[in-house]
Ligand binder design. Structure first.
Ligand SMILES: C[S@@+](CC[C@H](N)C(=O)[O-])C[C@H]1O[C@@H](n2cnc3c(N)ncnc32)[C@H](O)[C@@H]1O
Length: 311
C-alpha cells in the first residue's frame, strides 16, 4: 500500500472568510462544468463546494433556476480548483485536503494518518446510548482505537456526567484526537491513552461500564482491492485486520471480561461478513446477551454483549 508519507505536503485548506468571493450563479455553474470535465464525481465536487466554499447542496440546486443570482462563496474558486485538481491527480481524500469531515452534528478536523470517520460509525453512538438502560448511572467508558476521537467526543457529549478514555496506538491518531477533544473542551473529561487496546486501561480494568470500538477489520488480502482514495491514503494501521480481518477483534474480545465492569457493555463495529464470527468470539469469551445490529442498509455491522453479573 502506498503511504501518505510519500506525497507532497498538503496545500493549505481553504480558510473560510480569508478569500471570500462573490460570483454569479452562471459563473459558478460554468466553473463546475469545467471542473467535472477534468474528471471526478459530481457528488465529490459538490461536497467540496459545501465544505470548502460554504455552499450548501440545497443552495447549489437553486442556482440552476436563478443564473444571475449572486453566490457568496467563503473562499475563492481558485483555491477550490487547486484542491480539486490535486484530488484528481493524487486521489487524496477531499476530507484530508479540506482538513475537515462532517460526522453526526460535528465538523471534525482530520489529517493524513487518521481514519476519516465513516457514516455507518455514527450508529455506534446511537446504539451505545440506547442499549445502556435509562436511569442507570454510567460512570466510566472507553473508546478503543479512537482515531479522530469521533466516538469519544459524541459519547462524552451524550453522557455528560461520565468519565471517558480514548485509546490509540498511533501517534498521528492521538495527536488529532487530542486536538479534537480540546476543540470541544472535553480534554478534562476524556483521557487520551497511548498503547495497545486494553493495556493502557489496566488501572481501570473491571470498572468500565461501556466500551465502544471500531477496530481495523479488513482482511489484509482485501486491502489491495480497496479504492485508491482509501488504500493509498488512509492509514493501514486503521484498516488492516490481519489474515482473516479478525486479529484486532480477537484481542479486544479476549480482554473484555477483565476490562468491563460486571454487567458492562461491549459494542463493536465489524465488516459486513463478520457478524457470525464476531458473535461466536463474544460468546466463547464468556460475554452474554449477544446483540446483532444492522447498519442503514440492513447489513449486520455491529455486535454488542455484556459481561455477566452486575445489573
Ligand atoms: C478503524 S479505525 C477507527 C477510528 C475511529 N474510532 C473511527 O471510528 O473513525 C481503528 C483505529 O484503531 C487504532 N489501532 C490500531 N491498532 C491498535 C492497537 N493495537 N491498539 C490501539 N489502537 C489501535 C488505529 O490507529 C485507528 O485509529
Amino acid at each position: 500500500m502506498a503511504s501518505h508519507a510519500g506525497t507532497a505536503p498538503l496545500p493549505p485548506p481553504p480558510v473560510q472568510g480569508a478569500d471570500v468571493q462573490s460570483i454569479t450563479a452562471s459563473e459558478l455553474l460554468g466553473w463546475r462544468r469545467r471542473m467535472l470535465a477534468l474528471g471526478g464525481a459530481p457528488a465529490a465536487l459538490d461536497w467540496l463546494l459545501d465544505l470548502g466554499g460554504g455552499l450548501r447542496w440545497s443552495q447549489l440546486q437553486s442556482l440552476w433556476s436563478h443564473p444571475e443570482a449572486d453566490v457568496p462563496l467563503q473562499c475563492s474558486l481558485a483555491s477550490l480548483e487547486a484542491l480539486w485538481r490535486r484530488h484528481l491527480d493524487t486521489e487524496e481524500p477531499l476530507q484530508y485536503l479540506v482538513g475537515r469531515c462532517p460526522w453526526r452534528d460535528l465538523e471534525l478536523p482530520v489529517a493524513p494518518g487518521v481514519l476519516i470517520p465513516r457514516q455507518e460509525t455514527e450508529l455506534l453512538v446511537d446504539l451505545a446510548l440506547s442499549l445502556w438502560p435509562s436511569g442507570l448511572p454510567l460512570s466510566c467508558w472507553a473508546d478503543l482505537g479512537t482515531g479522530s476521537a469521533c466516538l469519544a467526543i459524541a459519547l462524552a457529549r451524550g453522557l455528560p456526567s461520565s468519565r471517558g478514555f480514548a485509546v490509540d496506538a498511533s501517534p498521528e491518531a492521538r495527536a488529532q484526537a487530542g486536538a479534537n477533544l480540546s476543540r470541544w473542551n472535553l480534554q478534562h473529561r476524556v483521557t487520551l491513552l497511548a498503547g495497545d487496546w486494553w493495556q493502557p486501561l489496566e488501572p481501570w480494568w473491571g470498572r468500565l461500564d461501556l466500551v465502544v470500538t471500531n477496530p481495523p477489520y479488513i482482511p489484509s488480502a482485501t486491502l489491495a482491492s480497496l479504492e485508491p482514495v482509501v488504500r493509498d491514503h488512509e492509514p493501514r494501521q486503521a484498516l488492516d485486520g490481519g489474515p482473516d480481518g479478525l486479529m484486532a477483534i480477537r484481542t479486544i474480545v479476549a480482554g473484555s471480561l477483565r476490562g468491563l465492569a460486571p454487567g458492562g457493555l461491549l459494542l463493536m463495529e465489524h465488516h459486513h461478513d463478520q457478524s457470525e464470527a464476531v458473535g461466536r468470539l463474544f460468546l466463547a469469551a464468556g460475554l452474554e446477551r449477544l446483540g446483532v445490529h444492522a447498519d442503514l442498509e440492513g447489513r449486520a455491522r455491529f455486535a454488542s454483549a455484556r459481561r455477566p453479573g452486575g445489573r
